[in-house]
Write a protein that binds this ligand. Structure first.
Ligand code: ATP
Length: 385
């Protein structure tokens, strides 16, 4: 690990790779709710090519991916990676150029127009900009898909009431979209997406236009309807916090290819592909500028402090044992920054430690610390505080 790389957003660690297939701790299994589940949705050898005036664009290629019934599945990737194209093949708003999309084992590519209409009713969709009709009330917006489907008036009314109650907007039935906040508009979008009792909900950047607090409330609502209605949710977003907060598993697209997938704790704890590392870089702790400026390769003064970065990736049951670290490293250990969080029952995070007054050399310290963390990096020395 060269010190030059400290200036990069994401640093690589040189320890043994985490055991990606290691069994989950029992707490993780319980909290992730991953009881045996059937595959709900499968992409098989999926490709999508757009033919445009400028030539052909291969937006997706060779996608093999399974989404389980009742899970919340995230798709991430940089702009243009193919997320929307993939999402829109699920309700055939985009027609695949190669391969298949299977829902409950059935290839939806073979559906005639009648079955396609029925399929689209089983799949709700919500959007970044809500797509509400401004001249219609909340109730009318929610009712519209039922009208189009020819549902009798009384049943329409009952359903509108039911879904508005579900999203907490029963008192806004007669309001117009312009009278609502962004979060309320998205609740209307969610209510409208649920009127046909769908089994799958597609979310296209559903919280990207919302402030952080409203985002939290919409995520809580999505989680609640996922649990209450056993709805499979597939979402695309550029907000990594949203993925971390709500998804069970995530897939990463890069240039139209699937480059990584796994449970959130695994992909966020130890991202393998460079594209994933780049996407997750904003969530990574960076070395503070003042320390970066004085970092040296070797000890110059006897009281210089060695900086160590410890990482907890969720690959083991390790948690930051602060007393143990103090005892193990044999010097004065100071926590300069960092923290851990629990994701799906796993401990993930980073600690930046300064070790002073230790008789041990850097490599010996690294090895000692490695007994108490999933990975350890020696950053260098800085002057005493
Ligand atoms: N209708 C279209 N015609 C031609 N090219 C398209 C069309 N839709 C998408 N593309 C191209 O396909 C590629 C994938 O686009 P897509 O919108 O699926 O990516 P994305 O990951 O959702 O991007 P973003 O995050 O910017 O929405 C891009 O190169 C895009 O320009």
């Amino acid at each position: 690990m060269s010190m030059n790389s400290l200036t990069s957003d994401f640093r690589y660690f040189d320890e043994a790779p985490p055991e990606r297939d290691a069994p989950a701790p029992s707490a993780a299994r319980a909290s992730a709710g991953v009881e045996p589940q059937s595959v709900h949705l499968r992409f098989s050898g999926l490709g999508k090519r757009y033919e445009g005036a400028q030539g052909a664009v291969q937006a997706l290629r060779g996608i093999d991916l399974a989404v389980r019934r009742g899970e919340i599945f995230g798709i991430i990737g940089r702009s243009g990676a193919g997320k929307s194209s993939l999402l829109r093949t699920i309700n055939r708003l985009e027609q695949p150029s190669e391969g298949q999309v299977l829902i409950d084992g059935e290839d939806i590519g073979s559906y005639d127009s009648e079955r396609l209409v029925a399929l689209r009713r089983r799949i709700g969709m919500i959007f970044q900009h809500f797509n509400l009709l401004s001249a219609k009330t909340v109730g009318e917006n929610v009712e519209l898909p039922l009208r189009v489907a020819g549902v009798p008036r009384e049943r329409r009314q009952r359903k509108v009431e039911e879904v508005l109650r579900l999203v907490g907007l029963e008192s806004k039935r007669d309001a117009y979209p312009a009278q609502l906040s962004g979060g309320q508009k998205q609740r209307v979008g969610i209510a409208r997406a649920l009127v046909h009792d769908p089994q799958i909900l597609l979310c296209d950047e559903a919280t990207s236009a919302l402030d952080p607090e409203t985002t939290q409330s919409i995520l809580a609502l999505l989680r609640e309807i996922n649990r209450r209605l056993r709805l499979t949710i597939v979402l695309i977003t550029h907000e990594m916090e949203v993925i971390r907060e709500i998804c069970d598993r995530v897939a990463v697209l890069e240039h139209g290819e699937l480059v990584e997938q796994g449970p959130i704790w695994q992909v966020f704890g130890a991202p393998r592909h460079p594209a994933t590392r780049t996407l997750l870089a904003p969530l990574q702790q960076k070395l503070p500028e003042d320390l970066l400026g004085q970092l040296q390769n070797g000890r110059r003064q006897p009281n210089d402090r060695l900086l160590l970065e410890l990482r907890y990736t969720g690959a083991s049951d390790r948690e930051p044992d602060l007393a143990g670290l103090g005892a193990h490293l044999g010097g004065r250990v100071t926590l300069l920054q960092g923290g851990v969080e629990r994701i799906q029952g796993r401990t993930l995070g980073q600690l930046l430690l300064a070790v002073a007054d230790t008789p041990l050399a850097a490599e010996a310290l690294r090895r000692q610390a490695l007994e108490l963390a999933d990975s350890v990096e020696v950053l260098g020395y800085v002057a005493a505080a």
